[in-house]
Design a protein around this ligand. Sequence first.
Ligand SMILES: [Zn+2]
Length: 262
Amino acid sequence: MGIFTIIITLVLGLCIGSFLNVVIYRLPRGESLARPSSHCPKCEHHIAIYDNVPILSYIILRGRCRHCGEKISPRYPLVELANTLLYFLALCLYTPYIFSRNGVDYLSLVTSCLAFSTMLAIFMCDLDNMEIPDELQMTLLVIALVSIIGIPNASDRVYGFLVGGGFFLIFSFLFYLIRHKQGLGFGDVKLMAVLGLFLGLGGTILTIILSCMLSAIILSLITIFKKGGRDREFPFATFIVPCAIFCMAFGSYIVEWYLSLF
Ligand SMILES: [Zn+2]
């Protein structure tokens, strides 16, 4: 039973990762997710199922279209790999097969896998277009609400929602007052509020601190190495998402350790 759950989860990770590539490309362009089926952007040749196997096809075809030889971006297999690694992380957290000594928590396993996939899509969309599609925010909200069904500390998650959204809302308002321009998009405010529903109060505060630190480090590096980097807009959700995933996985240990110091 154990090995069966692991294999199913990882195969789903690959397949959903492949679907995420479609979502990340088409959703911001307002295109249908169902049609047309996958095709080469250059020769428009339909991509057969045997050439559409996640990661494997990319390796076999050496990253090129079978028909016209056009290079295929390595981001496609990378998104599939990232999604599968996130599902592996969920397996580690919510099943006893790998690390955890508690029983299998199917609800947490499924909701965190779906949440990780949605967050990965948000990360990529923000990186590409500096915008988070509302469909992805709504999907994440629904998953978050399902994930708090029947948990004993639901109020903590609601505090996470209020503090996560509230902090960024106040920050963006103050930034606008002082600098007279938008420092933080409303998409980031909504995202942090919804992530608070997964993270709870402690995890939310930790995510805010880590994502501000991470963005400060990366932006300093950009400013040092690239002229004109300072005034550029930057996709803040790309900092929030990895920090939130880290805190969903390890935040409770860090918060417990911190509180034990007092
Ligand atoms: Zn082609």
